[in-house]
Design a protein around this ligand. Structure first.
Ligand SMILES: *[C@@H]1O[C@H](CO)[C@@H](O)[C@H](O)[C@H]1NC(C)=O
Ligand SMILES: *[C@@H]1O[C@H](CO)[C@@H](O)[C@H](O)[C@H]1NC(C)=O
Length: 174
């Protein structure tokens, strides 16, 4: 009797670490998604910091990222409008006007995303995300020659590009 009791304890004690290991190696969906993105910081920040993302499935994560991308696009349009109003440099005026066109276009494309997701049009989502992700880069390309792009605009542009890239990766999980 004492023998089998000891054996039971032995089994419990020796199996515990295995079950802990199994729990910790269980693949985390957010890690799996973000490891496939280009700007990983933006992906982790967007998905980990949002309270809605805890234990969320890919559809919910997609809803979150679409929402953040739209907010980011609007924020960037407003930033560029402000920069445009404040500059007197004709070269910068031209560049900001072009950038405003880019971010307005990205913003208009992103407006369609909630409906594309709702109607499960994943091809449309992916094709439109591929179109939208070009816009921030097209804006940045205006600054290949001096004067340099102000850091706030560069950051906003990188964030938007990073978020749209998360959408492109997430489509593969739907
Ligand atoms: C844009 O996205 C970045 C990265 O997720 C985030 O840090 C930032 O707060 C967002 N900005 C807005 C205005 O949503
Ligand atoms: C956006 O999605 C719609 C609906 O699927 C599609 O008709 C359209 O061609 C897409 N736009 C781009 C730029 O791919």
């Amino acid at each position: 009797m004492a023998h089998s009791y000891n054996f039971a304890i032995f089994m419990i004690v020796s199996l515990l670490p295995i079950s802990f290991t199994l729990t910790s190696v269980k693949v985390d969906l957010i890690d799996e998604i973000c490891s496939k993105t280009v700007i990983k910081d933006v992906c982790y920040y967007a998905l980990r910091e949002d309270p809605r993302s805890k234990g969320a499935n890919p559809e919910v994560l997609m809803t979150i990222v679409i929402d953040l991308s739209q907010k980011n696009a609007t924020f960037t349009c407003n930033l560029v409008s402000t920069l445009l109003k404040e500059t007197i440099d004709p070269k910068l005026k031209t560049r900001y006007t072009l950038c405003l066109g880019n971010f307005n276009k990205a913003s208009h494309i992103l407006e369609k995303f909630p409906n594309l997701l709702k109607s499960k049009d994943y091809y449309g989502l992916s094709a439109n995300a591929s179109a939208a992700i070009r816009e921030p880069s097209t804006c940045d390309d205006n600054f290949l020659e001096p004067p340099v792009e102000v850091p706030e605009l560069r950051e906003a542009s990188d964030n938007l590009r990073g978020l749209i890239d998360v959408i492109l990766v997430l489509v593969g999980f739907l």
